[in-house]
Every structure is written in C-alpha cells, then in structure tokens.
Design a protein around this ligand. Structure first.
Ligand code: SF4
Length: 682
C-alpha cells in the first residue's frame, strides 16, 4: 500500500504557487510543498488577496487524497458483482476500447439519448468540464444534463432580477454597519469572509444571522433568526411589506432603477411581520428589530447563501431576499448591497472550448437521476458516464439511484480520483488526475479572482486529466474532427481569448498568478457594476420567473403536515468535506443532531443509536443532542459516504426528488423524518 506523506519537518524541496479550484467560493491561492514530484504540504498563498496566507483544514489534507489507499491509480474493469467495488486492472488502451464500444453500441441500438453524462463541480475549473467532455457527448447525441443540484434557484433569481450583477466583495464587508448572513455558514464554506465580518463587528457593525442552525457566526450575532426550513420567503416578504408600509422604502431609487415594483409590493402585502413570524417560527419582535435595523443602518449588506434555496420556495425566497437592498435603497455605497455568486464577473463562455453546438436532445435534471435510471424510462439509459461527481452520495432519492446503478443492463463508467461509493458501482473505473496534477483555470464565486494553475506534481499512478481522456474518447468513437482543440493549453487560450483584456489577463496570470475582472476586485454595486438586464433596471417581478413558478413568483407553498414524520431534516455542508469530496478521508461516523426537546420526547441521549426514517428510506446512525439546531429540525451533514453511517445510507436517502419553484433545483430541506432509538450496533 502506498504510504501517505506526513507533514515534513524539514522545508520541502520547493514551494510552488498555485490555486484551489474546488467547489468553494474563495478560490484560494496556494503554496504547495513538493518533493520528488510529490506534494508534501498544502498551505495558503497570497496571490488572491482574500486568502491571506491561510486555507481550510480540508485542503490542507489534500496529500492524503493524492496518495491515500482510496486513490484510483489505474483503469479497472468490474470483476465482482455490481456495487461490490471489485475490479481488475486493465491498460488505458483496453479501457478506452471497452468504453468507446459501449458508447457506440448504445447510440446505434437505442439512440444517442440512451447515453447519460453525469457531472457536477467536483473540480470547479474551466478545463475539467464543458470542454472535450461536452464535445464527445454532443457529437454522440447524448442526453443533456441540467446541472441543478446546487445554485440553480438562486442563479435564476439573480439572473431574473439583476441579470447576475456582481456582488459586494469579501473585503467590503468590513465597511458595513449591518451584515445579514442569510442561509450561509461561512465558517464552513467561504471561510475568508469570517474575519471581514469580525473586523466590521470590531468597528461597531451589527450582525444578523438567518439560519435554522446556531452556526458559529449565529453565536456571535446580535440577532439570530432560527427560521423553519422553507420559511425564508415569508420572512423576506414581510420585511419588504414593512418597509413600504412604514414609508421606509426608497421610492426615489425604485422609480429610477427598478420595474415590477407594484408586483413585488402586492406579493409582500400578504405578509405582516406577525404572519411571517408564525410561518417561520420566530418572534415578531425579532423580525421588527431586523426591519428597523435594516431601514436605519447603512452600509448594509446581505450575504445570500444557498441554504435557503433547498426547498420548494427556494427561488422565490432568493428573489425576495435580493429585492431587499433595492427596496431599502442600500446600493451605491461601499459595503452596501448583496452578495450572491460573484462568478458572473467573468464572462467566459465554454462554447470556445466545446467545439460542438448545443443539441436538442432530452434534458435530464440531475436531481432526478433515480428516475432517469429506472428501466421503464424511454429511451432507457444504457450508458451512464459519471465524472466530477459522486452521484450516489449526493443525488436525491438515494435508494432509487442505487437501484438504477445495480441494473444489469446499465453500463456505468466512473472517471474519478478516488474509489467513491458511485465508483464502486461502475463497470469501468478510470483514474483521473486531481488538481495539483493537471492544469486548471478557475475563478472564485466569492472572491473576485481568476487563476491559471499549472500542474505542480506528477500524476499518481496512471491517472489522466479530463481534457485528455475525453479527447481520446472522441477519437476512439470516431467523432473527433480536424481542428478540434485537444490540449489544456489550447483550450485555456481559447477561453481567455474571449476577453478583450486577454493579453492583460495573461500577463497578470503569468506574473502574479492571479487576475481580476473588468469590474476590479472590489466593485461597488450601482457605482462600478449595474444590473445586466436589457434596460439596465432591476426587475423586481420578472414575468419569466412568475411564469416558471408553479404558483407564481413569491407565492409561499406550505409543505403539508406529515404527522408520521414531523421533523424537518436539513443536510448542510460540513467542515469535513466539500459536498462529498474528500469523504474518503473522514473516518468518523456521522451524527444526527437533534434538539434536546425533540430528543427528550423520544427518550434519546447523545451517542444513542438512532434510526432516522421516512417513506423513502432510513439512515442508521448516532444521536448528538444539541441546541445548535432549532426544535423541530434535525441535521445530517451533506454528501455522506456509505462509511459514515451504520447502514451505508446518507441524508439523500431521505430526500425527495421534487424540484424548487425556479431553476429545477433540489429540495433537500423538504425532507421530513421521524427519529427513534434503534437496536444497538454490534
Ligand atoms: S476549499 Fe475553499 S477555503 Fe479550502 S483551500 Fe479551496 S478555496 Fe480555499
């Protein structure tokens, strides 16, 4: 078994500057210790000023992923039963032939749509997805994947209201007098925002956290609104209503810069503070305090996170929250406005790298993978190609996904860095290089930075980069064409060339390792950046969103009471994994967090074995009794692997595959469960 490097006591042979492309807003610059072509340490760099020389504990452990026992080092073909995780090694040549043959057979016998590519942001860079991969699948006429498991509703809302206007930078939080962190836990995701918030607090700023959990920031907040999951929408609408009714709305700003004011106002009129407080399970007095502070304190900034979107009302909730700074007139000053995803600051389009036009084939929503893999689906999926994703640990309706993966007539390819739970169900596994072993170009979606990171270490075993593997599959399936861009260098150059500032950006990347967008690294909303809507105005009631929402935009849809499963299950990000990435390093069992009142009613104490269940499945784990979740809410971490629970199931075994009102997002937080003591584990 290969040895895992320990942190060196002597300085490494060389310290190399590079960057982290993982699915995290901060896009840290890194300083990586390399010895003999192997990574021995990973620390923070300074090219991205937000990083300030430190990084999260997760990525500090990255060498354990690179060289650990779960690393995939060579291609393998299934040797045992499906799901057993047994493979025999083959050469890349044999693996390519096997995969290409099955892709062509599926296309010829059942049509191209019987091929389903499945990927997400395992690596968030420009080169590891939407390049040669997209070219292969488009030219084969494969089904298209709607990548909606995260950020789809918030993206639709941000696009609809503001045309994805870039938001307030991390640095400018220090300038705010009021900070509202809504549905986000930066102590776990986006850690470099936290010191900026502390700095603002030292300067006298007030902090409000809206979250069903008592997060570390909530414990330092002046006000914590522990709203029920799914009830962010009435809370935001009641604040809007209050601003209009008390004459605190900035009517002048709205007249100059917004349309749809009447529609928003009419929707908000349905929600008084008292009504919203009842729906959200918080006190009306606390809501009024927030309303008053928000009206009176400037600069005021809202960090709109992704927790609030993971329910049936998620898109409307995000839209209402992002409407607040417009209604209250909070734009136009440093530290005022909102932050959603800042990735739209970069206007690169992957079309330059794909080299194949978008097709009209069927679209499969990734949240409905289980349904797509059901044998009765027409046309049936015959080849599933998973990359940059651990679908079994992340997609809703885990049992149905598992059933699909176990189908005898499904050929599954998993191209990954480590032996994930999904990879264990593959017919062919292909070893992928990790970042640090291949070139990656990536941008932050919190920090305003672009990196072009060269490989710093030798690929482990026979691992290969995504760009190369999909380019080879294009050749083996006969869909490659002369003139195709095939190397990371060519594709990176084509992506950069889309910017009128391409040469300047290249110079910055080469000289400092980082580049910043046209708007700079600290744009002020309504000074440096403006809505990117056709008329340049904020659309507070976009017709397209109203049409898309099943009950209309801003309509609150209650989840029917389920007396048999009265607890709301949330499954937020943890400090151990990035979604499910790095789960192989976390050997500790996951605990179900439950409030003392709920635990007491069920006779449970910390450490007790529990069964968490509903009509979709069950998770066997242990209880952790804590007031960090509100009564009526229980929590399991997101992205759990089979090794983390006693029956190998994660929170997604309990999550429905229903979709959000906007964007077709996942409704993880609409899971309702019951908890009971289970038999003691042996
Ligand atoms: S995961 Fe986030 S905080 Fe950690 S190193 Fe990467 S960008 Fe930085």
């Amino acid at each position: 078994m290969p040895s895992i490097p320990v942190r060196p006591t002597e300085p490494p042979e060389s310290l190399v500057q590079t960057a982290c492309p993982l699915d995290c807003p901060d896009a840290c610059s890194l300083e990586v210790g390399v010895e003999g072509g192997r990574v021995v340490s990973v620390g923070g760099g300074r090219a991205n000023p937000v990083t300030e020389g430190y990084i999260c504990a997760k990525v500090r452990r990255f060498p354990e992923r690179l060289y650990g026992p779960d690393r995939l080092r060579r291609p393998g073909i299934r040797a045992g039963a499906k799901g057993a995780g047994e493979f025999h090694d083959v050469s890349w040549d044999e693996a390519f032939d096997a995969v290409a043959r099955r892709l062509l057979e599926a296309r010829d016998d059942f049509g191209g749509e019987s091929i389903l590519p499945y990927s997400y942001g395992g690596s968030n860079g420009y080169l590891s997805q939407d390049t040669t991969d997209e070219r292969l699948f488009r030219r084969l006429g494969a089904s298209r994947l709607a990548r909606t498991i995260c950020a789809a509703p918030t993206r639709r809302a941000a696009e609809g209201l503001y045309g994805k206007m870039p938001g307030v930078s991390y640095e400018d939080y220090a300038e705010a007098r009021l900070i509202v962190v809504w549905g986000a836990n930066p102590s776990v995701t986006g850690i470099h925002l936290v010191p900026k918030i502390y700095e603002a607090q030292k300067r006298g700023a007030r902090l409000v956290v809206v979250d069903p959990r008592s997060t570390p920031l909530a414990r330092r907040a002046d006000l914590h609104l522990a709203v029920r999951p799914g009830a962010d929408l009435p809370v935001a609408l009641s604040l809007i209503h209050w601003l209009f009714e008390t004459g605190r709305a900035d009517e002048g700003f709205l007249a100059r810069h917004a349309t749809g004011v009447g529609g928003l106002r009419a929707a908000a009129r349905l929600w008084t503070l008292d009504q919203a407080a009842a729906a959200a399970g918080v006190s009306a007095a606390d809501l009024e305090r927030l309303a008053l502070w928000y009206a009176e304190m400037s600069p005021a900034v809202i960090r709109c996170g992704w927790g609030l979107e993971r329910n049936r009302n998620g898109g409307s909730a995000a839209a209402a929250i992002m409407a607040l700074p417009a209604v209250a007139g909070k734009f136009g000053v440093r530290g005022g406005g909102y932050t959603m995803s800042n990735s739209p600051a970069w206007k690169f389009d992957s079309a330059a790298a794909e080299g194949a036009p978008e097709t009209g084939t069927r679209i499969v929503n990734m949240n409905r993978l289980g349904e797509a893999l059901a044998p009765e689906t027409a046309p049936p999926v015959k080849v599933l190609f998973v990359y940059n994703s651990n679908a079994l640990a992340t997609a809703p309706l885990q049992e149905k996904v598992r059933e699909g993966l176990l189908r005898d007539d499904l050929f599954t390819v998993v191209f990954d860095q480590v032996m994930t739970d999904t990879a264990r169900h593959a017919d062919v596994v292909l070893p992928a290089t990790a970042f640090l072993e291949h070139r990656e170009m990536s941008r932050g979606y919190g920090a305003y930075v672009l990196h072009d990171a060269r490989p710093v270490a030798r690929p482990e075993g026979e691992a290969r980069p995504n760009v190369d593997v999909f380019a080879e599959l294009c050749r083996r399936t006969g869909v490659a064409r002369s003139g195709d861009l095939e190397s990371a260098e060519e594709i990176g150059a084509a992506i950069l060339a889309q910017s009128p500032r391409a040469e300047e950006i290249r110079r910055c990347l080469d000289s400092t390792g980082a580049a910043f967008p046209d708007s700079g690294a600290r744009p002020v909303q309504f000074v440096d950046v403006f809505p990117r809507t056709p008329d340049g105005k904020i659309r507070l009631f976009p017709e397209a969103l109203d049409r898309e929402s099943p009950a209309g935009l801003y309509a609150f849809r209650e989840l029917p009471d389920d007396a048999r499963h009265p607890l709301a299950l949330i499954s937020p990000a943890s400090d151990r994994m990035i979604s499910s990435t790095l789960g192989e390093l976390d050997r500790d069992p996951a605990a179900l967090e439950i409030h003392p009142e709920d635990a007491g009613r069920r006779g449970l104490g910390s450490g007790d074995p529990v069964r968490v269940f509903n009509g979709l499945g069950e998770v066997l784990t242990f209880a952790r009794v804590t007031a960090e979740v509100r009564p009526g809410v229980v929590r399991l971490p997101k992205g759990l692997w089979a090794r983390h629970t006693r029956n190998g199931r994660g929170a997604n075994a309990l999550c429905p595959d229903t979709l959000t009102d906007l964007g077709g997002g996942a409704c993880f937080n609409d899971a309702r469960v019951e908890v009971e003591r289970s038999a003691s584990p042996e």
